[in-house]
Structures are given as C-alpha cells and as structure tokens.
Design a protein around this ligand. Structure first.
Ligand code: SAM
Ligand code: SF4
Length: 453
C-alpha cells in the first residue's frame, strides 16, 4: 500500500534517543493538517509529541501570514516562550509555515533567540536539520513537487480527518500572500489519497475533509476533483465527505454533478466571494463577476436543493468605496449565507495590492466589518430557526461543551447540533429532531433509528 511504503528509521527500543516536540498552530485548517504532518514525520525520526512546552526539547510555532494580526500574535507568543530557553539553553525554538516563509529575510535578525526557520516545503528536512551542530538554520526553499504524499500524519483521534490533497496556489489574487509563501499549485497523487482514506476508514474515522487552497483545482493526470470525489464516495466505512476551500472559477459542472450524485458528499460548500462589487473583484483579480458568482450559486442550489453555503468576505480593500461596500451587503443578503468569515483588509508585503495606497481608514474598516457581522448573525439565526421542527442526521463527535450529559455533532449541512446523549457514542449517526436554534447551534432530541459507528 502506498502509505506503508514509508521506511521506519527510528528504533523505538532506543528510548534514550527520544526527544520531545511541542507544536502550537496558528491560522487555517491547512496549517493544522501540516502540524499533524510534522508530528507524523518527526515521530518517525524519534521525536515524541508533548503538550507541555516546559518539558519540550523542540518548541515549534506553525505560523500564518494571511493577516498582519496573525504575525503579531506569533511574535508576542515567541517572546513568552523564550523563557523556556533561558532556563534550558539546549531547547530549540523555531518557526514553521507561512510566516516563516514570508519573513524569511528578517526573522533571525529580529528575533535572535529563534534557532530555526522552516518554510512549508522544508518539513521533510527538519529532523536532519534539528539533529545538526546546533547552529541556527533557515530552510525556506519552495519546491514545485513536494506534496508529502508518503508521510503519514499523526492525527488527533476523532470522527473527522483532514486530508491535504493539494498544496500551493497559482491564482495570485492581488491581496493574498499564499502563492508567495506556499508556492505553486501541486496535487497529491490520487492513489496516495485514496489509500489514506481507506486507512482512515479502517482506523474508525467516519468523515474526511479534503483540503487545499483551491481544492477544486485538484488534478492528478486524468483524475480531476470531480473524479476524486466519485472515487472517494466508493470507499467503504467513510460516511461523509467535505472539502475546503473551492475557488468559484474552478467550480465546474463536473464537480457540481459529482457533489449532487455522490451520496456521501455533504450538501454544503464554502465558496469565498471576497466582495460583492465587480469593480473591487476586478482589482482583486478574482477571475469572476458578481453575476457569474450568483449564476454559480443558482447552479449549486438547483443541483443540490437546500445546500448550505458559507463564504469569506474582505472589507476595506484599497479603493473600496461606500457604494462597493453596499454592493457586498446586497450580495450577502441575496445569497443568504449560512455562515461567513469576515475580515478587514490587511496589506501584505510581496502582493500586488501592497503597493497600492490604502484608502479606507482602520475605523471605517471596523465599521464596515461590524455592519456585515451583524447582517450575517441575523441571517444565520433566521436560517437556523427555520430548521426548528425538522429532523437532521447528526454525526456524533463527542460530549457537548456546555451541557452535562449531552452530545454534540454536525449535521450534513455542517451545523453544530447538541442533544441529550441517550446512549449515543462518537461516530454514531443519530436522527435528531430540532427543537430550538441560535445563530450558531441547533438544539434537539434524538429519535429512534441510530446508525452505529
Ligand atoms: N483560497 C481561498 C479562496 O481563494 O477562496 C482562500 C484562502 S485564504 C487562506 C482565506 C481567506 O483569508 C481568504 O478567502 C480571504 O478572505 C482572507 N484573506 C486573504 N488575504 C487577506 C488579506 N490580505 N487581508 C484580509 N483577509 C485576507
Ligand atoms: Fe489566496 Fe486567491 Fe489563492 Fe485563495 S485563490 S489562496 S485568496 S491567491
């Protein structure tokens, strides 16, 4: 099998060789998946995972560079973690991921206590570099071919597994640093993905979520994203398939057809729009107009009735006038998203828009953001309240956080539902009748008809 072709180079009986690694993750789901990959890879090279930085030999921050705020948080946290190095000078502290790549030229100068900086394509070399002479190192080479297809991630136990199927991005939206920090688009071989999914099913996972910056641009020879969904749908043991984030321009008829006809592909899609103004979309170089985006939403809703839609929106992009912002509000009302991630524009070096003068003040960005957050909260509450009285199949994930004796899980539409446990276990699919709802949670009672996990 593809994945088991990895060679075990660490002898577990050699317990004195074991070093411990602590990793903190910032940013998106892809970074969380990369952390699982790092744990898997370092684990094969004699590193034991620890959740306590006070006892770790290696402290690693897996970072995000999407917005300035994310980078500031990491610098603040590093300042805090350096006390471990003061007490134990042998500790190696380093940065991995997008911020490491973004600030590669200045990080070691700015933060002299940092021992190493590794970009997203250098993880394979990390064990070797860590085991070197102890000198600081920077490895930020981007690699057009690296997909880590042969490295088995060390995942958190649960019912849902995140599987990275492609890396990098070729779209170069003018606001976005991703293509500069994660490099060019490349896909993991389909055989490796499907082997991984079969193994996940055997390990008891019930849901897979395919990950990629433009996940629906996936291609391995003849296997495009639509084909991959169809082949995944045929894997026994997996109950649900999701993916994030697809790009609207790559949302082909074939992908929509596969979503509609594969029973395990959930009726839910995250479709980032960024703005509701054609003028702004053109300056962002997103590759679609508002009309084209709305056509796509129409196609999805016709093919998959009741599909849940979520999105990303940026406010305060350079040149965004009040009328452009109003167009974004209108688009959000027209589509009626189930959920939205909303951001203030943050200028990022290397990008095209970085050179453009900012025209919207921080205060005004804040006002626009608060306006759409309020709009979206009302909409989400309405959508969820309309579900009261209906039934949904909930894939049980574990105990509910705030209610003793209750369980929590997700509906096929990716809504969180909580209900009195009544014997349900993680991995079960429970029919739940919805009795109450807020903007973020459905409350219900389990009905007969449990499908055990
Ligand atoms: N690839 C996805 C797409 O194009 O739809 C998005 C990936 S990006 C990591 C996640 C979101 O971060 C984007 O959709 C965008 O809304 C937001 N984002 C990216 N760059 C940003 C910036 N410079 N300022 C504010 N938000 C940004
Ligand atoms: Fe960034 Fe655009 Fe690529 Fe998404 S598609 S990762 S927003 S460049």
């Amino acid at each position: 099998m593809y994945l088991s072709s990895a060679i075990d180079i660490y002898d577990p009986s050699d317990r004195f060789n074991v070093r411990s690694v602590y990793i903190e993750t910032y940013g998106c789901q892809m970074n969380l998946a990369d952390t699982e990959l790092l744990f898997g890879h370092l684990g094969r090279h004699g590193y034991r995972r620890t959740d306590d930085p006070a006892g770790a030999d290696v402290i690693l921050l897996n970072t995000c560079a999407i917005r300035e705020h994310a980078e500031e948080r990491v610098v603040g946290r590093l300042g805090d973690l350096v006390r471990h190095k003061t007490r134990r000078p042998d500790v190696q502290i380093g940065l991995a991921g997008c911020m490491a790549q973004h600030l590669r030229d200045t990080l070691l100068e700015q933060l002299p206590f940092v021992d190493f900086v590794v970009g997203p394509d250098a993880y394979r070399r990390l064990p070797e570099l860590l085991g070197g002479a102890g000198d600081p190192f920077v490895d930020v080479r981007l690699d057009r071919d690296e997909t880590y297809a042969d490295i088995i991630p060390q995942r958190e136990h649960g019912v849902r597994a995140w599987v990275t199927i492609m890396r990098g991005c070729d779209k170069f939206c003018t606001f976005c640093v991703v293509p500069y920090v994660r490099g060019r688009e490349r896909s993991v071989p389909a055989a490796a993905i499907l082997d991984q999914v079969r193994q996940l099913a055997a390990d008891g996972y019930r849901e897979v979520v395919y990950l990629g910056q433009t996940v629906n641009a996936y291609r391995d020879g003849d296997v495009d994203f639509a084909q991959l969904l169809r082949r995944t749908d045929a894997v026994d043991g997996i109950a649900r398939i999701r993916f994030t984030s697809p790009h609207p321009s790559d949302m082909s008829e074939q992908v929509i057809g596969a979503m509609a006809s594969c029973p395990k592909v959930c009726p839910q899609v995250h479709l980032p729009v960024q703005s509701g103004s054609d003028r702004v979309l053109a300056r962002m170089e997103r590759g679609y107009t508002v009309t084209e985006y709305l056509d796509l939403v129409g196609q999805l809703r016709r093919a998959i009735p009741g599909i849940a839609l979520s999105t990303d929106v940026i406010v305060g992009f350079p040149g965004e006038e009040e009328s452009d912002f109003q167009a974004t509000c209108t688009l959000m009302q027209t589509v009626g998203y189930d959920n939205a991630f909303m951001f203030k524009y943050s200028a990022r070096s290397h990008t095209k828009a970085f050179k453009w003068q900012e025209t919207v003040s921080e205060e005004e960005k804040g006002r626009r953001l608060q306006t759409i957050i309020a709009l979206q909260e009302r909409r989400a509450a309405d959508v969820n309240r309309a579900l009261v009285g209906t039934a949904a199949e909930v894939l049980v994930e574990g105990p509910a956080r705030r209610r003793e004796g209750w369980m929590a899980g997700k509906t096929p539409h990716f809504k969180t539902a909580v209900f009195p446990a009544n014997g349900a276990r993680p991995g079960d699919v429970m029919p739940v009748r919805i009795t109450d709802a807020t903007a973020h949670t459905l409350v219900g009672v389990a009905q007969d008809g449990l499908v055990p996990g």
